[in-house]
Write a protein that binds this ligand. Sequence first.
Ligand code: HEC
Ligand code: HEC
Length: 323
Amino acid sequence: MKTQGWWTACKASMSMAAWVCTAALVMSASAMAEGGPAWAYPVADKEQPPAPDGNTKARVPNSALTYQLKEIDNLFEPPIWFPEHNVGMPRVVQYGAQPGVRACAACHLTSGQGHPESGHISGLSVNYFKRQIQDFRSGDRTDKVWMTAMARAMTDKDIEESAQWFAKIKPIPWVKVVEADTIPKSYFNKSRKRLAVPGGGTEPLGERIAEFPQEPERVLLRDPYAGFVAYVPKGSLAKGKELVTQGAGKTVMCIACHGADLKGVGDVPRIAGVSPLYTVRQMYAFKTGSRKGTYAAQMQPVTANLQDADITAIAAYLASLAP
Ligand code: HEC
Ligand code: HEC
């Protein structure tokens, strides 16, 4: 696999190293933050390492197939690495619908597990799933980058078929949570993935959560089974557990509605084992009222009195649970 040609170049060439290893460090402040901390709303950095040759062929572990890098980044026909796991996949999931709807599998992967900038959609109940698309359509929920526009372009058939399809896919363990003081220096690539700068050293984590691919190469190839590691501030897990399981005088116990194992009940969604960045965005969306569908009202009292550090801790703890 040659997808990380620039990493090698970065290490090998002094002039390249200056460009890749330092310039890419400039972190962009997010213009997209909707009440939440900028780190939860990834934005591509302006300066990017040189793109690898799009004709380069690549493979992922355990798949018999080969794709070119440019095919892997085609949002209307992303790779289906394991067709045998996806028999009967609806057209909209595999190809989207020109011109407005990209293939669901491109961002949420064929496994429905998604990446931190998008999120998981596997194992959600059909009603919950359809409600979200309707809320994106009506403006009761917003995703300025993608889902608002795509939900408006989807037909009722697209919505029905994708909801039915992903509801049947079983979620898998996806995020490894690590309490840390420091993290690798990193940048956001064009598809808003946080990647370590090779040889870039470390920096303090501070009060953020930072999610990195466990295996960057596989994640960049849209391998549906390649998950993430989330670095969270020290103490978050214990604090998050207290808030989630007891409310700690600040919130309502999540198990009251999301189920004893937080894997969802009826049309209340699973919140265990998901990307903490995704959870943080939703908690702020409920708190600020930008996510305001009929059912979102139930999340208002839950989020009303939570401070930034509480939300970070809750998201960290939930991510650490089995999905
Ligand atoms: C180009 C990227 C992209 C594609 C393609 C995409 N999505 Fe999304 N999707 C997102 C992002 C980003 C979010 C999360 C927004 C947020 O943080 O609230 C999202 C969120 C969702 C959610 C909400 C999940 C939840 O737990 O509430 C659903 C449902 C969803 N997408 C369905 C779809 C379907 C169906 C398709 C295919 C027709 C699709 N998406 C294609 C980027 C994408
Ligand atoms: C009174 C019931 C209730 C309680 C208590 C509750 N929730 Fe929720 N939660 C809901 C409902 C209903 C939804 C779905 C909202 C919608 O459809 O937009 C939801 C959605 C969410 C979502 C968005 C999931 C997604 O995939 O987008 C998150 C995150 C969440 N809740 C976290 C929590 C946490 C953390 C707690 C405890 C601190 C909690 N909830 C307590 C009812 C509740």
